[in-house]
Design a protein around this ligand. Structure first.
Ligand code: NI
Length: 222
């Protein structure tokens, strides 16, 4: 499942994050890629441990963790640390697949889902489309500032060359409580169905109680 979610950052959060960019410390993005991906990664990444980095990460992390659609679609067990990437003219990120495991703190996590949260508006740069090969089709995405795309980490993907302007995004990974994509989709459908029915039915109605039971029992099984 590949989904786009609008307005993960509201206007205030977006302004707080983008106004801090000039004070972030930037370094070569190839440092954080695996040995194969490193050869095709041409961008810069913010060092989120320095200057205003922790503050920026905190704003982004809070917005991501409380987004109800992201929660329902991803069923996150944990999030990776976040990366902020800046790609200028001549930069891009060739076709690659993300690492299956990533370090978090002292341990490691499995990457089930990848996301890109767009931080600069599409009119700020030419090129720089995120191209994802998913389920036999190719999807090309260039979303508005504050919007996010969530896609399976198992997909091959690339960022086409930026030909002018600057592309700024936040990327990260999620380990889901539910490893299989088809199970996550079933659960996501049921959660959406429950939200839809809750407008017409009382939460204590037999139908809603049964649906809540089905959702809880499915989560237990997965
Ligand atoms: Ni990637």
């Amino acid at each position: 499942m590949l989904i786009s979610i609008s307005d993960v950052l509201n206007a205030d959060q977006l302004a707080d994050v983008t106004s801090a960019f000039d004070r972030l410390v930037w370094k070569d993005g190839a440092e954080t890629a695996g040995p194969v991906a490193r050869q095709v990664k041409r961008n810069q990444q913010a060092d989120l441990t320095r200057t205003v980095g922790p503050k920026v990460e905190q704003i982004l992390s809070a917005a991501l963790k409380q987004n109800p659609v992201l929660k329902a679609a991803a069923q996150p067990e944990r999030f990776s640390s976040l990366l902020i990437s800046k790609t200028g003219a001549g930069g891009g990120y060739g076709l690659h697949v993300d690492n299956a495991f990533m370090r978090v703190g002292d341990g490691s996590m499995r990457t089930d889902l990848s996301f890109t949260l767009f931080l600069s508006p599409p009119e700020d740069y030419e090129g720089g489309e995120l191209v994802i090969e998913h389920a036999g089709a190719t999807q090309t995405l260039k979303l508005g500032a504050g919007d996010l795309v969530l896609y399976p980490s198992s997909s091959l993907h690339q960022v086409t060359d930026v030909t002018s302007g600057t592309r700024l995004v936040c990327v990260g990974w999620i380990e889901s409580r539910i490893q299989r994509a088809d199970d996550r989709e079933t659960l996501f459908d049921l959660i959406n169905l429950k939200a839809e029915l809750s407008r017409r039915l009382d939460a204590q109605s037999p139908e809603m109680l049964t649906l809540s039971k089905v959702i809880a029992n499915l989560k237990r099984r997965f």
